[in-house]
Design a protein around this ligand. Structure first.
Ligand code: AVJ
Length: 413
């Protein structure tokens, strides 16, 4: 695994700058020309390991989690009372199916998000059953290059990745969901164990059952939990080296401080000497970015609007969904795609009995998807104590896959 870093990193930079100025087709043509007209699908880019990194700050997580928990607690007390009342009248099971009891944190986020200016609701609430299905559909759209590109990078460089991680690591996947990328990594790196972490127990059970069929000899230890916080890994992994896996550019939903907090929590969960394989979407021409989030079939629009349906379903909302439209913007200063829901006329509605009004043209901000240049992505990792040791991209430089190592960081240069 030779030190090819310099030349290739330079080439990647040239490619990135070019990409900013040209449309997608021009980028493709330029890339093909640089490769002597071959149609090689993947161009590996390797980072030279850097020597010194900033000291990781203390791993304390942001206060918002505590606020969340407090809100959830008080709302939980309310809903426990509702529960008791329902239980008197009807069997609990049918009450649950007829009237899905809202997650108190969802209620709190929606009411607070519609009350503040600008209006904003956290993107994590997209993923009810319907939202998760729509996201699966998004990953198969021709315009949504992320999933397809990351998978092709993984399979093209599986051997290279494996030789840098080494065999016998416990693979810890953060937010495993129903990822189709997991088998690619597991068959590449000869792991000692697999630890999927997800907040949704349902998703976990499905994906574990499937992986047990595919990898019958691999010990699997699922953890149902929130990977935003430091987690305690199963005792069975005590002496095994770890490889974290965080694909899909999920990190892109977070702003820089939140992303660093999360990467530090992962560092603490996995421990010094661990490695992390992370997928991070790249900055690229707006002509490629916008269609990826505003597809011709309108699947992403439906995904966005489903949040309003979910509010109506679960929080007794009266939002006139047809009076909203899906809006996508590239915010160049922040280097992020933004999704909004814009009122196409003056509207008023209520959510859980609370009244709200929006004038025509006002929006609810529903998602950020941050994009990173190659250096930005490496700086982000180093800011959380992760030293990049390998990096791969596709021929067009659309998406980056980075392998980083959790090192104890010296303070001096
Ligand atoms: C799951 C956060 C990676 O930002 O591309 C896709 C979510 N939203 N289309 C992304 C999403 C609209 C996705 N991530």
């Amino acid at each position: 695994m030779a030190a090819v870093g310099d030349a290739r990193t330079r080439r990647a930079t040239v490619r990135e700058d070019a990409a900013k100025e040209r449309d997608a087709n021009a980028v493709t043509r330029a890339a093909i020309t640089r490769h002597g007209g071959t149609s090689a699908l993947i161009d590996p880019v390797r980072v030279d390991p850097t020597r010194v990194d900033p000291t990781p700050a203390d791993p304390t997580l942001a206060g918002s989690a505590q606020v969340d928990a407090a809100l959830a607690d008080s709302a939980l007390a309310d809903s426990a009372q509702v529960d008791a009342t329902l239980a008197d009248a009807v069997p609990v099971d049918s009450a649950l199916t007829d009237l899905p009891l809202a997650d108190p944190a969802f209620r709190a986020d929606v009411l607070a998000g519609l009350s503040r200016r600008p209006r904003a609701i956290p993107a994590r609430w997209f993923y009810d059953r319907r939202g998760s299905e729509l996201f699966e559909d998004i990953t198969r759209l021709p315009e949504y290059y992320l999933t397809r590109t990351e998978r092709s990078i993984l399979s093209a460089h599986a051997a290279d990745i494996a030789s840098l991680t080494g065999p016998g690591r416990a693979v810890v996947e953060f937010g495993s969901g129903s990822s189709a990328k997991t088998p690619l990594v597991l068959s590449a790196v000869a792991p000692s164990a697999y630890v999927p972490i997800d907040i949704s127990g349902e998703f976990l059970r499905d994906s574990v059952a499937e992986l047990e069929r595919q990898f019958p000899k691999l010990p699997i230890h699922p953890i149902e939990g929130d990977f935003m916080h430091r987690l305690v890994l199963p005792a069975a992994l005590a002496n095994q080296p770890r490889l974290g896996f965080f694909p899909g550019s999920t990190i892109g939903n977070m702003n820089a401080p939140a992303a660093v907090d999360l990467l530090r929590a992962m560092w603490e969960t996995l421990g010094e000497g661990s490695k992390l394989l992370i997928g991070i979407d790249r900055i690229k021409p707006v002509s490629v970015l916008i269609p990826a989030y505003d597809d011709a079939q309108g699947v992403t629009a439906e995904f966005n609007l489903n949040l309003l349906h979910r509010i109506n379903r679960e929080l007794g909302g009266t939002i006139p969904v047809s009076a909203f439209r899906h809006v996508v913007r590239w915010n160049d200063t922040e280097a992020r795609i933004e999704m909004h829901l814009e009122a196409t006329r003056d509207v008023s509605f209520s959510v859980d009995g609370c009244p709200f009004a929006m004038s025509k043209g006002k929006t609810i901000h529903t998602e950020n998807s941050y994009k990173y240049g190659p250096r930005d992505a490496r700086l982000l990792l180093r800011s959380a104590g992760w030293t990049p040791i390998g990096e791969w991209t596709d021929r067009e430089g659309l998406f980056g896959l980075i392998l980083a190592e959790a090192r104890a960081v010296p303070a001096a240069p």
